[in-house]
Design a protein around this ligand. Structure first.
Ligand code: T4K
Length: 416
């Protein structure tokens, strides 16, 4: 008897196929042949968008002006507004976050090794590798999921050029400790702030820490420009160099003074950014509501705990730790059962960068003690969030998990 108990009020769900009992519905889990809970997939970070009419107006003006790219007026306007919002001197928009990281490496003229956490999206490591640098993976703190300064310190040697901290999930990564380490060893410090737009660390907005910070404004981020990113810095010289490198190295019409690249943001993206920035406060409020609902309802399930945010946050990621003993099924079994229901939870950032190519094939990548990374990578799930994830949807997700947990023996047998 593999029954799900579902809320009957959600229009996304398949409830209409089912019998109603005391305002709840009983049905089979999808892995056992039942109808999936949701007709459309629920995904992580479904984009919020600003007021469409405002975007269309901007596009109209752009078509009239015939200025589509190359440091156009929307790019300039958005750079100014973001710098103001983040309380930082310079914002240089880029075509994506990966390129923002690479531009920082290039402009800082880094050579040798850069220490970074392995528990991050692969782009953090790949950006270094594309710049001819050697990523050296350090471990994390299992409470904060961020870089462990002790682990970082152990890896510093004469080849270390910089530390690259990641503000994972938007949580500021022990900036003070890393600043001390970088200063004492006379190395550079920069941050991957891909998740951290609108977040703060010790009451200061993320964006002005270290030598520079790199943001991603990808479609799946709390603040998006479709594709896009930015470097923020308080260093005038660095900002200038990054701006030049972003445009092939041109410093004048006919003068190139270094190995630049094309990392520019087009006007259509900047226009989207301006439109989304107008609504950013509402986006954060909606994300917070979603996060609060998950905190409240998932709390009722033994074996799942939702990461809470203690500082100002954009509440974009709903990060859940799975205790398989208490829940009755493993993280991976839960994921497979939920995917069958069209609930597309994700294993961010499994299995850790050091366990992916090209790093896994390098003996040295695996010598460091990354036990906390390995441990956490087996336990986390990121839940559907962003546009359209209502309280009713969350209750249905939670009900479905309850059934999976209650039927743990059957679920485990199914996947064995
Ligand atoms: N550093 C960190 C720490 C990062 O997390 C990232 C990017 C970067 C650096 C690099 O920044 P960028 O160069 O990308 O600007 C996604 C994003 O593509 C990636 O930007 C992001 N991190 C990463 C955490 O998530 P995937 O491979 O998981 O994306 P995908 O296509 O599976 O999308 C996730 C879900 O979002 C899908 O289930 C559907 C939904 N979605 C996606 C897109 C693209 C939408 O609803 N609409 C969309 O347009 O990497």
């Amino acid at each position: 008897m593999n029954l799900k108990i579902l809320d009957s009020n959600d229009k996304n769900s398949n409830n209409k196929d089912l019998s109603l009992k005391n305002n709840t519905i009983m049905k089979d889990l999808a892995i056992f042949g039942g109808v999936p809970t949701f007709t459309q997939s629920l995904c992580v970070n479904r984009p919020h968008i600003g007021i469409k009419q405002n975007y269309y107006k901007r596009l109209d003006a752009m078509f009239d002006s015939r200025i589509f790219t190359n440091d156009g007026p929307y790019v300039k306007e958005l750079e100014k507004k973001i710098a103001h919002f983040l309380n930082v001197k310079h914002c240089i928009l880029t075509c994506n976050g990966t390129m923002a990281l690479q531009l920082i490496c290039k402009a800082l003229d880094l050579k040798g090794e850069v220490i970074l956490p392995s528990f991050t999206f692969i782009a953090t490591a790949h950006a270094l590798e594309w710049q001819g640098l050697t990523p050296v993976f350090c471990d994390i703190n299992t409470n904060t999921h961020n870089i462990d300064p002790e682990s970082c310190l152990e890896l510093i040697n004469e080849k270390t050029a910089a530390i690259l901290g990641v503000h994972l999930w938007g949580n500021g990564c022990c900036v003070n400790e890393l600043e001390t380490i970088a200063r004492e060893h006379d190395i550079k410090l920069f941050f991957d702030a891909a998740h951290a737009f609108g977040c703060s660390y010790q009451n200061r907005p993320i964006g002005g820490f270290g030598d520079a910070e790199a943001f991603s404004f990808h479609a799946t981020k709390a603040f998006s420009t479709f594709e896009g990113g930015a470097v923020t810095t308080n260093n005038d010289d660095l900002a200038n160099r990054i701006k030049n490198f972003r445009n092939f190295g041109f410093i004048d019409y006919d003068c190139v003074d270094g190995l630049g690249i094309n990392a520019k943001m087009p006007e259509v993206c900047a226009a989207m950014g301006l439109t989304n920035l107008e609504q950013f406060e509402e986006t954060v409020q909606q994300n917070k509501k979603t996060h609060d609902h998950y905190l409240k309802y998932l709390h009722e399930i033994k074996g799942l705990s939702v990461m809470n945010y203690t500082e100002e946050s954009n509440y974009q990621y709903v990060v859940v730790e799975v205790d398989k003993e208490l829940l009755g099924v493993s993280r991976d079994e839960l994921l497979m059962a939920l995917h069958a229901e069209n609930i597309l939870v994700r294993k961010y950032f499994y299995p850790g960068c050091h366990n992916m190519e090209p790093y896994i094939s390098r003996a040295k990548s695996n010598q460091n003690n990354l036990s906390s990374t390995e441990h956490l990578a087996q336990k986390l799930l990121v839940f559907p969030s962003g546009f359209g994830i209502s309280k009713t949807v969350i209750k249905e997700i939670v009900n479905t998990i309850e059934i999976i947990s209650n039927l743990s023996t059957e679920v485990k047998t199914h996947f064995s």
